[in-house]
Structures are given as C-alpha cells and as structure tokens.
Design a protein around this ligand. Sequence first.
Ligand SMILES: Cc1cc2nc3c(=O)[nH]c(=O)nc-3n(C[C@H](O)[C@H](O)[C@H](O)COP(=O)(O)O)c2cc1C
Ligand SMILES: CC(C)CC(=O)C(=O)O
Length: 367
Amino acid sequence: MTAGLPPDAIGGLHEKALAQLDPAHRDFFEGGAGRETALAENVRAFGRLALLPRVLRGAGPPDTTVELPGARAATPVLVAPTAFHRLAHPDGERATARAAAAAGTVLITAMAATTAVRDVVAAAREVRADASVWFQLYLQPRADVTDALVRRAEEAGCTALVVTADSPVFGRRARDDRNGFHDLPPGYAAENMRDLPGAAPGTTLDIAMSPALSWDDLRRLRERTALPVLVKGVLHPDDARIAIGEGVAGLIVSNHGGRQLDAAPATVEALPRIAEAVAGRVPVLLDGGVRSGADVVAALALGATAVGVGRPVLWGLAAEGEAGVARVLAELAEQTAHVLTLCGARDCADLDRGQVVVRGRWGVADR
Ligand SMILES: Cc1cc2nc3c(=O)[nH]c(=O)nc-3n(C[C@H](O)[C@H](O)[C@H](O)COP(=O)(O)O)c2cc1C
Ligand SMILES: CC(C)CC(=O)C(=O)O
C-alpha cells in the first residue's frame, strides 16, 4: 500500500485491490516511468498544500455541478482514461461506465480499453440515458486509422474526444520490463483496435505512438469531427496557448500519472501557470495524484474546472467491480462537497488561488 494513504474507504479498496490483483497486472496499474519520481510527486505535491477557508459567507450547501465540453457533471471528479480494465475485473470497462454514469460524472474511455467504445457507452446509457462518455485518442501515424477510430467514437455516442499528447513514444516502465508485461494476455484485446484499416479481418492493430505527430495532425482531426476536442498531457504554458489558438475545447494538465516523462513536474505544480496562460478561455482539467476531496478543492482553487482520477478507480474496480468504482466516486464526490462547504464556497468556481498555500512556507516569512 502506498505510504501515507489514510485508512479511509479509498485506502481500504487500494489495499484490497493490491491483494487480489495478479502481480504483473498490479505493477502495470500501480507503476510509473523511470524512478517513479513523477508518480510519487503527483501525490506528494498535494500533500504540501493547505487550504485557507473563508468564513461566514452564508454560502449554503455547495452546488458541485460543472459544465464541461459535451457534458454536465454532478461532481468535478471525472474518470481519467486508463487501459485494460478487464485485467482489473471481468466486468471491465462496462462496470466502470455504469458506476460513472450512476455518479453523474464523465467517463473518459481509453482507446486501449478491453471493451469496445460502443459497448462502454451502451453500458453507461443503460444506467443514465444522458450519461456522458468521452473517447481518449492517441493520434495514429496512419490518418485513416485515426479517422476510423473517431467515427467509432462518434457512432457510439461519445460527446467529446480527448487527444493524449504526452506520448510521442511509450514511457519506459521498469516494473513492466521486470515482469515481461508488454502485451495483453490471451483472451483479452484492445477491442477498439479491431478491424481497422491495415488489420486483417478480426485482428487488432497495435496502438502506435509517434514523435512525428504535430499540431497539424490535431488540426486535421478537428476539421474532420464536430465533437469538441480536448488535449491531454499539457504541462508547458506555451503549449496551452498554442492549443487554444488551434481551437481546442479544453486542456488536461497531466503527466500521464507519472508513466511517461519521469522528469515531469507534479501536475498540481504545473496547473497555476497553465491556468494563467488560458485565462478562462477554455476549461482546464487536471489529473495525477488526486486522492481526496481536499486535493480536488486545491486543484479547483488553482484554476481547474474539474479533475480526473486514474488509479483510485482501478483500485475500486479490482477490489469490488462496479460497486467498488461507485464507492470511490461517491467518496471523492462527498469529500469534495464537504471540503467546499468547510471553505465557504458556493460552488466549484467560488474559490481563488489565494486560498491555497504551501505548508511550511506560508505565514511569518510571507507577511
Ligand atoms: C494503468 C493506467 C493506464 C493508463 N492508460 C492510459 C491511456 O490509455 N491513455 C491515457 O491517455 N492515459 C492513460 N493513463 C493515464 C491516466 O489517464 C491519468 O493521466 C493518470 O492515471 C492520472 O493519475 P492518477 O492515476 O494518479 O489519478 C493511464 C494510467 C494508468 C495508471
Ligand atoms: C497500453 C497503453 C497505450 C496505455 C497507457 O497509456 C498507459 O499504460 O499509460
């Protein structure tokens, strides 16, 4: 179990998941790139932050709904895209989709899902007719493959596309190397990759990553879809400005949960400069290391419209399937509402940057 996690519902599910998962799959879900510095820092950076509550504001119970591209969410906690849910639980992405829909939040389903996007959206819509599912996309060097994936996401009923831009090459993950875990085991497949241009009928294509991709490819995508396009994996303020110039509908500040560039900063440390560069023109989301309602509220105060959670959802899924994911999402939503109330906030936007301070570095020295 990760050091420092409190013995709460999420911590309990984490422990249970670790005990139940096949060790190679556990390492795939838990691990990061290189020395796992970015992975650890994402969590630690939140731990360095404290919240300054406002008092006697007559705020009443907070309204936690957030407006997002192609979605209205009941809570600012979204499900970040993660691969291979059927390795965590036999119900896989369907279980995650049902729990996210029941929580009234957005599931960003992964291109590397072990369930086809049409089945993921159908599972979500069984629970809630207006459930929002976004499709996470790695732009493929073959444009006809990207186009086919986008058509699938559109036909399935996804309401936005999330282009992951932080993966010009696959991150080097020591745990996976040690375990020889580089492919899905027999009986599992990246179902979205089946029957694409260039694949023999019935077979799946490998997901390609390419350092040759550029903003031109993103522009090409935008010209071919009416769906809002968000870019995930932005850490540099200049990239945030370029993305806005390219007409993106939103940005996700992310270091891929510490699984790509290990030298990347903690996402919550990158957030204020991105929020400044964006200046409210599009929603800025963040993922990486969010483990509590206080983390969510700190990110909101620093300029995020909403956050994504990756591993905690996988812990819930591995431990208890749909019910486990539901518990994780309910816990984070409740904690968020509670912390907003304690901070005197009316809603998720009723916070400001001055309410977040760095522990040990705020106080006498700053006055
Ligand atoms: C097991 C695992 C698989 C992931 N797969 C993807 C993926 O296929 N596409 C993607 O854009 N991000 C992927 N991510 C990154 C997440 O979307 C997200 O950025 C990260 O998990 C957030 O950090 P957290 O796990 O600390 O919440 C993955 C993360 C994990 C842990
Ligand atoms: C299988 C990969 C494409 C999924 C991924 O992005 C990750 O493991 O971080």
